[in-house]
Design a binder for this molecule. Structure first.
Ligand SMILES: [Zn+2]
Length: 230
């Protein structure tokens, strides 16, 4: 994969790649999800209303008969799904509230939460990314409820995403809430834009990793891999 360092400021190219190439090669421009300042001016209900109108337009242009009983409710259904479910992680109000606890057991080794299933969507094609996330941390004095690790993964997955950004956003959030650099995130995912279209490769998977602090040593990486293989 090509490394992107120059932001796509003019809206046309990154390092001389065209927009088409950027999409199919899944290059991305920033750690933060590119979101406009006015992103939350409309209420959720207003957004659903708008998306429903626009989606019926897409269906209409495709030639679908929107008076058909089976299709009639689709635009509204899609709008509700976008806002309440699959893209709900765009809105900071949906961010999980994290409570920390004192590390009473004085457990001071790594904690690994593995096989967290998530569903995301590729921001270049708007088709699913399906995968498993494995996250690990070493307590700096506080611990986090296990279900919260899962919720952090789900929050960042429920956005239009690229896998590298998803990995780093989860890692950053863990570092912030746990107040430590000692976190690791490994994501193994299948991209339907690669499987069901484009090169139509149904067997490949993409693995991305973040090893921070103490995790960024060959010994810790090997230890972590050993847990994930069992
Ligand atoms: Zn894609």
């Amino acid at each position: 994969m090509n490394t992107v360092t120059i932001p796509n400021k003019n809206g046309h190219t990154i390092n001389d790649f065209s927009n088409e190439e950027i999409g199919d090669d899944h290059l991305f421009t920033s750690l933060d999800t590119p979101i406009k300042p006015s992103a939350f001016e409309l209420s959720d209900e207003e957004k659903k209303e708008r998306i429903s109108i626009l989606f019926s337009e897409i269906m209409d242009v495709l030639g679908l008969d929107l008076t058909d009983d089976s299709l009639q409710g689709t635009p509204k259904r899609v709008a509700k799904m976008y806002i309440d479910e699959i893209f709900s992680g765009l809105d900071p109000k949906n961010k999980p509230k994290i409570a920390l606890f004192d590390n009473k057991y004085q457990y001071n080794q790594m904690l690994v939460e593995k096989n967290i299933t998530f569903y995301s969507n590729c921001e270049h094609h708007f088709v699913p990314i399906i995968g498993k996330a494995h996250v690990a941390y070493k307590s700096s004095g506080k611990v986090i409820g296990l279900s919260k690790l899962n919720r952090i993964v789900q929050y960042y997955a429920k956005r239009p995403q690229v896998q590298e950004r998803l990995t780093n956003q989860i890692a950053n959030e863990l570092k912030t809430v746990l107040n430590t650099e000692d976190v690791a995130v490994i994501i193994d995912a299948k991209h339907l834009c690669v499987a069901s279209r484009g090169v139509q490769d149904d067997t490949s998977a993409t693995v991305t990793t973040y090893y921070g602090g103490e995790f960024n040593t060959p010994a810790k990486i090997a230890e972590l891999q050993n847990y994930l293989n069992n």
